[in-house]
Design a protein around this ligand. Structure first.
Ligand code: FAD
Length: 457
């Protein structure tokens, strides 16, 4: 969507092809018939350091449908009911986290001192360090920097599982260092949390469609791309599910890697450029939506320790429907929970919440709805940096976007809406460089009838 908007802005004739009958990709919501509430495919959080995503919301005029904390504040509760908070104080970085750190009762003083040392080391890293550290896991890095098992579980995993969708043993040290520095250490407001106040499909989908149509773009929804046709080092057409073809001067794929690769001709898929992406992996997220018969939570969000319930979002409060009675429990890196059936997940989460959030134990659960996303994100595993492909490919006229690509310059982001928007902007820029528009509006290096087709994504 970001690539389409930028190319339409630049005057290209854009066609956006999407397999589903609606836009939004991995960010969508639906109305639960029983409660009438909008339910997301999974809670999505952004932070103030997600500058491209925030600019995209602004450009579409929908930023007011989301809220951004004035200062980072995340309450953290453990299974003994002890509460602390991670918050940002009005001090220059990296000292803005110090007061919250000193008061953080979930760590011993020794662990705090060692964690402060590790944070200082991270503060001093740069992109070169992140690239060098990509080959090992963040767990190895943390152990090499004196972090205890308790500090890993009660501090580092809290941040990394939520941002990288895997625990520290499965996340590249380079990716983790980048996330912590960019999000938490560079700017005292970098980690301020942003949340949509409406269901994800109500956030921007209509506005994207209107934005594109106002610029002459064509939306082809409910049309599946079956193959990318390439000839002599160029991509010439898309083959669609109904057998029809779409020709164009340039194509931007915003497909996830595991959906793009099967559509390529075999020699390309197995060739040195695209084959790198074949070893990327995905990771699942499970969301358990719970409705109680009375308010059970006051905070907008709550992080938990030592529990499969990682984060609880107060959707009733966020969406303004029955404050405190509709909760969304978001479980990232959910490999262990994915195979559980709804009854097991419901039982597990309800039991845990009774401990972590005691008012739920007194309330009656009226509905539970589980949403599982198997390929929720690509997994930034050790060594994944070099497997993420750039926007420009060896196939002239085929450009890549998607959160798994490496939009560059700079270090790649983990699988986020920010990474997706950045990748769209980078792909649009690459198209404009390769195929500048003549004053007449036609791409310079192609025949006049060609139009620019965007494979959406
Ligand atoms: C449960 C969950 C929770 C998440 N939480 C967060 C979060 O808190 N914060 C955050 O920033 N990110 C989060 N993410 C990740 C974020 O949603 C993704 O990184 C981002 O949406 C990826 O966008 P994309 O455009 O690259 O890919 P997608 O959104 O996957 O877009 C790809 C599109 O291609 C379409 N498509 C696929 N195959 C074809 C075909 N053959 N023909 C035509 N169209 C096709 C798909 O239908 C889809 O619309 C979460 C994801 C999930 C699932």
């Amino acid at each position: 969507m970001a690539a389409a908007c930028d190319l339409a802005d630049a005057g290209y004739a854009v066609t956006l092809v999407e397999r589903r009958p609606y836009l939004g990709g991995r960010t969508f919501s639906f109305v639960d018939q029983e409660t009438g509430c909008e339910v997301d495919n999974g809670q999505h959080v952004f932070m103030k350091c997600c500058t491209a995503y925030i600019a995209f919301l602004k450009k579409l005029g929908v930023l007011s449908k989301a809220s951004l904390q004035e200062r980072l504040r995340v309450p953290v509760v453990d299974r003994r009911g002890r509460r602390a908070a991670i918050y940002s104080a009005p001090l220059p970085p990296p000292f803005h986290l110090l007061p919250s750190f000193l008061a953080y009762r979930h760590l011993s003083w020794r662990d705090k001192a060692l964690a402060a040392y590790a944070l200082l080391r991270i503060y001093l890293t740069d992109e070169e360090d992140w690239r060098r550290e990509d080959g090992r896991s963040f767990l190895d890095w943390l152990r090499a920097h004196g972090q205890s098992a308790a500090a890993i579980a009660r501090l580092w995993d809290l941040v990394i599982v939520a941002t990288c969708n895997n625990d520290v043993s499965r996340v590249s040290a380079g990716q983790a260092l980048m996330v912590i520095k960019a999000g938490f250490l560079q700017d005292p407001h970098g980690a301020d949390i942003g949340l949509a106040r409406v269901g994800l499909s109500s956030l921007l989908v209509q506005e994207v469609a209107a934005y594109l149509e106002a610029r002459g773009a064509v939306l082809q929804l409910g049309r599946s791309v079956q193959a990318l046709e390439c000839e002599g080092g160029r991509m010439v057409a898309l083959r669609l599910g109904d057998g029809s073809r779409l020709e164009a001067a340039a194509f931007v794929s915003a497909l996830p890697f595991h959906q793009l690769l099967p559509l390529l001709p075999r020699e390309l898929r197995e060739g040195p450029f695209f084959a790198r992406a074949a070893t990327l992996e995905t990771a699942p997220i499970v969301n358990v939506n719970l409705w109680y018969d009375r308010p059970v939570m006051e905070d907008e969000l709550l992080a938990t320790l030592d529990s499969p319930v990682q984060w609880v979002f107060n959707k009733g409060l966020l969406h303004g429907s029955g404050a405190g009675a509709y909760l969304d429990v978001s479980i990232s890196g959910a490999q262990r929970y994915f195979a559980m059936d709804k009854g097991e997940l419901e039982g597990l989460v309800v039991r845990e919440l009774a401990v972590l959030l005691p008012p739920t134990a007194q309330a009656r659960l009226t509905r539970c709805l589980v949403v599982k996303e198997r390929d929720a994100t690509f997994a930034p595993t050790p060594g994944s940096w070099g497997r993420r492909l750039p926007p420009v490919t060896p196939v002239s006229s085929l450009f890549l976007a998607g959160e798994w690509t490496h939009a560059g310059p700079g270090a790649p982001w983990p699988s986020t809406m920010e990474a997706a928007v950045r990748s769209g902007i980078a792909a649009a820029r690459a198209v404009q460089q390769a195929l500048p528009l003549a004053a007449s509006g036609a791409p310079l290096s192609t025949d006049a009838t060609a139009e620019s087709v965007l494979v959406q994504g």
